[in-house]
Design a protein around this ligand. Sequence first.
Ligand SMILES: [Zn+2]
Length: 275
Amino acid sequence: MRIWSLTVVGLGLWMLGVSSPGMAAPTVEVAQGGVGYWPGEGCTRCYLYGRSWDAIEGSCFFPVDMDRRPDSYEIARSCGGSLEKGWMVVTEKACVQEDIEFPDTRYVELSAEDLARHHQEQAGIKPIYRRRDTETHFTLPLAKPAEPLPASDNFGACRTFNGKPKNRHTGADYAISGTARAVAPGTVVIADEHFFAGKSVYLDHGNGLISMVFHLAEISVEIGQEVDTGAALGQIGSTGRSTGVHLHLGTRWHRERIDPAVLLASPSELPQVTE
Ligand SMILES: [Zn+2]
């Protein structure tokens, strides 16, 4: 539940020229794992979570992590030298429950060695999400990571493995084999085999957007390589913690874990800021 500031505080903010919810301010409601869209012309910079990033073709996009606390967050954009402010209301999205039986208990009851390996891999991945202010190399919607792409509904799933609750699912799984492809132009920033993700490729598309494909059978790109949309990244497989051949696609935007489906659909389907 959200509790708005007392009237007197609200008035104080009003006098400072800051809008607060309830007043007529530009507002957008976004579910966890989604992206808010503030279409514009000539806007250059977008502000959220105490951070900022470049607008894309004049418009601002505000990604919301799948675990972002439901609340109101101030958003802003700079357009033609003036700063416009608004609010993004984050709403809760219930997780789908997935109970997975995993015959190889190595991936459920981790040995000290495997746990140490996992932590080391995570420490290597983290700085990738924090890369900022690189040029924007992509447009929305993103291209499909494989064709024909089947439906997926397990982004953010709450999971148990052999009855034990595990971390939520951070991407979308697609039951498909064949070639995994780049969803946009980018640079290969990780091409490696990880404990849980198996053979993985991470692409940096600039402006804080990272896409990743997991569980590949073979990787066909190298770290540092620049790829175009649709470039083959590798053969879809079942390496790492996987129960069968499938493609796992993950997207992080300004560090927030986003449902890839949101970025694969037209931006016109995103929740839009209304004035
Ligand atoms: Zn997955």
